[in-house]
Write a protein that binds this ligand. Sequence first.
Ligand SMILES: [Zn+2]
Length: 206
Amino acid sequence: MLSVAVQPPGASGSPPPPPAAAPAAADVFQYPLPTWSPHCLGFGSQWRYCNGVPLRACPSGAVWLHTGADVQTGIQPVVAAGDGVIVGYQTDPTFRGGVLIRHQTSAGVVITQYWHVWLRSGFGVGTPVKRGQAFADVADMGSRTHLHFAVFNGDFESHAWNGALPPSSCSGYPAFPYRFVDPTAFIQAHQHQPPVHFARGVRLEG
Ligand SMILES: [Zn+2]
């Protein structure tokens, strides 16, 4: 006779496979907001307000290109995309607060950049953060409120702050994308993929 291979809750069947393929915690990243809907600008978009007015251009007239992804959001907590340490915080009357978090991954140092946020009390340069930990809140910019999130594939330096870069080097800035990578693609490639036995366990919780 055939037996049905469904285990009742709490049954101890064959042990799950060892998590040999699980990535190290330092290599796992997640989105810093619970939803991820594009705002006006994506990675590589011309750096313009939603109404089309350019924010910055080279003397040649070439409009700068956006190094991050802008994401629709209300005013809510922003969580760290990965385990790391806050290495920069600055504020600007136009852009509100910017935060840089340094992540030591097995593939090298990566910096995640968050603009238009306010750092929460108790957090500052040098504070370690865990992936998923709320360290900031989205800043109120009225009808322009959004999160700017970028991923800089390198260690801390002045250009890790840039929200846009020129299409070809000008005014002392390197050409886009320099060390920036598509942040949405980066997160998608580094999200934790649950082992199969975790996925099977989901039904036991419902
Ligand atoms: Zn932006």
